[in-house]
Write a protein that binds this ligand. Structure first.
Ligand SMILES: [Zn+2]
Ligand SMILES: [Zn+2]
Length: 149
């Protein structure tokens, strides 16, 4: 999982999770692997259709949910549209900067919550198993375009 040499082969990644490797799942994952941005389920569906896929929306949605359960994708809230977006899980613990204009994602180095998490666990007698942190804003290009309006 931590090898950087491993090729991002959609079928291989799906098999690693124990999910059955169906052509539909491969299509969805290949699309996500080729993207540098968060896509909502609608956008995944639309892009696949443009590529000639014949999946229906509920199939695409179910596949994205399956992938998320298996930690193949991450589901993040896009606050502006109040929709969920999906992106490929990076196999290492990362947080993201997400542009609300173009949905570009920048991976942040390291985790600012590392010490905080332990502190909160102790203080609240809570067994913490994970956290989510996304930062939202506008990338340089979108700022130049005059977003946000
Ligand atoms: Zn942007
Ligand atoms: Zn973190």
């Amino acid at each position: 999982m931590h090898s950087t040499e491993k090729p991002l082969d959609a079928a291989g990644l799906i098999r690693q999770t124990g999910l059955k490797c169906t052509p539909a799942r491969v299509q969805v994952l290949e699309l996500l692997l080729s993207q540098q941005e968060v896509l909502s389920a609608d956008e995944v569906f639309e892009k696949l259709r443009q590529l000639g896929a014949t999946l229906n929306f509920s199939t695409v949605y179910r596949i994205l949910e399956n992938f998320t359960e298996k930690k193949l994708t991450e589901k993040v809230l896009l606050p502006q549209s109040r929709k969920y977006g999906f992106l490929v899980y990076t196999f290492s613990h990362t947080h993201h900067l997400i542009c609300l204009g173009c949905h570009k994602v920048v991976n942040l180095d390291g985790c600012p919550l590392h010490g905080f998490e332990e502190e909160m666990a102790k203080k609240n007698h809570f067994q913490i198993v994970g956290h989510a942190l996304e930062l939202y804003g506008y990338c340089e290009e979108c700022q130049k375009k005059g977003l946000p309006r």
